[in-house]
Design a protein around this ligand. Structure first.
Ligand code: NAD
Length: 251
């Protein structure tokens, strides 16, 4: 049984990754700060060898260490890590508070780092493992009213490259998946608040639509698997060509 730890597993992309890996018969350790949603998600998963849930906040270093220790005690191994917990707020940069900027870095970057460091120690002892962080096309290019989010995702992409270089010799691969817009609760919330330029994103995207969460999960499953054994330090865009199109401007 391969065992994968997924953060942000109660919703959106993290949930889609959990569903895909469950269908492949994996063991799953699911982490989210929303414990009620996590319970409901775990109850609905089909095909997994074993599912366990761990309620926790990825920004709390001590809690991350405790959670990873508990996962190792429960499963004896961790083969894969997907960091999908994240936040986004859309606001003109002059109005972004110090706390809001820090929150983006804390959840999106530091939380991913805490999990990578704690799980990476176990993977180093095992001499094998694959880590996938969810980045974003907004970590490749800029977008208005998203300075904190863009900064955090750019940092995630470079964190991935730094860890890939350092941990490759230890048998650990580290990659990012950079999605375009995906209609998860995160984006639906922005659409509902009139903060998402749906027509603009579609217009810029050669394939003409947002991504589905399971299309992001497919890329994660590939990067977790042995099929990608020669790939590390990569930022795999799943964006319908959004980032290839430097011609039009849209957020
Ligand atoms: N949806 C998109 O269009 C899109 C595009 C590119 C990248 N992403 C990234 O994909 C990841 C998942 O996004 P999503 O769209 O599935 O969002 P989502 O809001 O549906 O899910 C995010 C999950 O993370 C959890 N979470 C947030 N902060 C946490 C914390 N401090 N500790 C533990 N759990 C926490 C939430 O409870 C939630 O269950 C994020 O990193 C996001 O930035 C999303």
């Amino acid at each position: 049984m391969t065992v994968t730890l997924i953060t942000g597993a109660a919703s959106g992309i993290g949930l889609a990754v959990a569903q895909k890996l469950a269908a492949e018969g994996c063991g799953l350790a699911l982490v989210d700060r929303d414990g009620d949603k996590l319970e409901a998600v775990a109850a609905g998963l089909k095909g997994a060898a074993e599912v366990r849930i761990y309620r926790g906040d990825v920004t709390d270093a001590a809690q991350v260490s405790e959670t990873v220790e508990a996962v190792i005690a429960d499963f004896d191994q961790i083969d894969g890590l997907v960091t999908s917990s994240g936040i986004v707020r859309v606001r003109p940069s002059f109005e972004v508070s110090a706390q809001e900027f820090r929150d983006h870095l804390e959840v999106n970057v530091t939380g991913s780092w805490f999990y990578a460091q704690a799980v990476g120690r176990q993977m180093a002892a095992q001499k094998t493992g694959s880590i996938v962080m969810i980045g974003s096309v907004y970590g490749i290019g800029g977008a208005p009213d998203r300075a904190a989010y863009c900064a955090s995702k750019g940092a995630v992409h470079n964190l991935v490259q730094a860890l890939a270089v350092e941990w490759g010799p230890l048998g650990i691969r580290v990659n990012a998946v950079a999605p375009t817009g995906v209609r998860t609760p995160m984006v639906q919330n922005l659409i509902n608040n009139g903060q998402y330029n749906l027509a603009g994103v579609r217009g810029r995207t050669p394939l003409g639509r947002l991504a589905e969460a399971d299309e992001i999960a497919e890329a994660c499953a590939f990067l977790l698997s042995d099929r990608s054994r020669m790939i590390t330090g990569d930022i795999l865009r799943v964006d319908g060509g959004w980032a290839a199109n430097g011609y039009t401007f849209a957020n």
